[in-house]
Design a protein around this ligand. Structure first.
Ligand code: ADP
Ligand code: MG
Length: 292
């Protein structure tokens, strides 16, 4: 493509709220073969809310939520905001946590009074020696409808669950269909539970899913696809997507996402829709054909 046609392409993209950092990124977009989409905050709106709190027998919901929120007060994860809002809605008094630790992509650990508390995914509970066997069916049922089950344990025992749901962005099914129609493969990648990820993917027509991955796992996945000869775009919003956004042939950041994601990306989508990914690819293909 000529320098002029690249300038025109970047200008047209900007009219659609698509900020392309370089002429190279614009040209690469037209060569993409696989799109890897982050789930939370990318395919979903990134506004998770608590839809249920469940307590083991002999425990109560407020105790479960109070302990979870006391730890989440130290986290800036989107799930933390949901749990804190739910605790506030019930006007729960939050005790102070000590020895707080944030295990990225897994959950939180800390002491509340005399109690050792863990908050996070089921795999993290197992890893910490807490059995979630009694809750396995409940966890799978919640995940099966696309919710994220957050487990709460105190002194080595699972005392309850907080179910969190984040709506899928409007129009996603049509957008995925259009991506497939343009000959692109589409994959969903997330740190979330495998069944949650499969439920969300199934609802919008994505057939390839990588779940329960840590941030390093996202970059590994992009590298694996590249090693097979795929030209890969990563689309993400979070700090945990930044390494994969840099590794991808074209990184797309959601404009409402974190600064780190935007800095690591080649393209920023100012409108909260993945339609911008399609538009960028279409403009790139037109630019490379020098049609303007
Ligand atoms: P994603 O890839 O979907 O953006 P993350 O890598 O941030 O997700 O987190 C993966 C999973 O780890 C979450 O779905 C959740 O189960 C658990 N997790 C991470 N951080 C927290 C937290 N602050 N509170 C509870 N659970 C958490
Ligand atoms: Mg995300």
């Amino acid at each position: 493509a000529t320098p002029i046609s690249i300038m025109v392409g970047i200008g047209k993209a900007a009219e659609h709220g698509i900020l392309i950092r370089s002429g190279d990124a614009l040209q690469q977009a037209g060569r993409l073969t696989t799109l890897v989409l982050d789930k939370t905050g990318t395919v979903t709106e990134g506004r998770p809310t608590v839809t249920a709190v469940e307590a083991a027998s002999g425990r109560n919901e407020n105790e479960v939520l109070r302990l979870a929120a006391a730890l989440e007060a130290g986290s800036n994860h989107p799930l933390a905001a949901a749990i804190l809002a739910a605790a506030e809605a019930r006007t729960l008094e939050l005790p102070k946590a000590e020895g707080f630790e944030n295990l990225t992509g897994k959950g939180l650990r800390g002491r509340i009074g005399e109690r050792e508390v863990l908050v996070g995914q089921a795999a993290f509970m197992r890893e910490q020696g807490v059995s979630e066997a009694a809750w396995a069916a409940r966890i799978e049922a919640l995940a099966g409808r696309g919710a994220t089950p957050v487990c709460v344990a105190a002194d080595g025992e699972l005392i309850g669950l907080v179910a969190i749901e984040d709506p899928i962005r409007p129009g996603m099914t049509d957008i995925i269909r259009a991506m497939h129609g343009m000959g692109l493969k589409v994959a969903l990648v997330t740190g979330d539970h495998r069944i949650t990820a499969q439920a969300v993917a199934g609802q919008i027509g994505i057939d390839e899913v990588r779940a329960e991955v840590l941030p390093e796992g996202k970059i590994d996945y992009v590298q694996q696809l590249q090693a097979k000869g795929e030209v890969v775009a990563m689309v993400g919003d979070g700090i945990n997507d930044a390494p994969a956004l840099s590794q991808a042939d074209v990184g797309f950041a959601i404009g409402a996402g974190t600064d780190v994601a935007i800095e690591s990306a080649d393209v920023t989508l100012m409108r909260a829709s993945l339609q911008g990914v399609l538009t960028a690819i279409q403009l790139s293909r037109a630019t490379v054909r020098n049609i303007w």
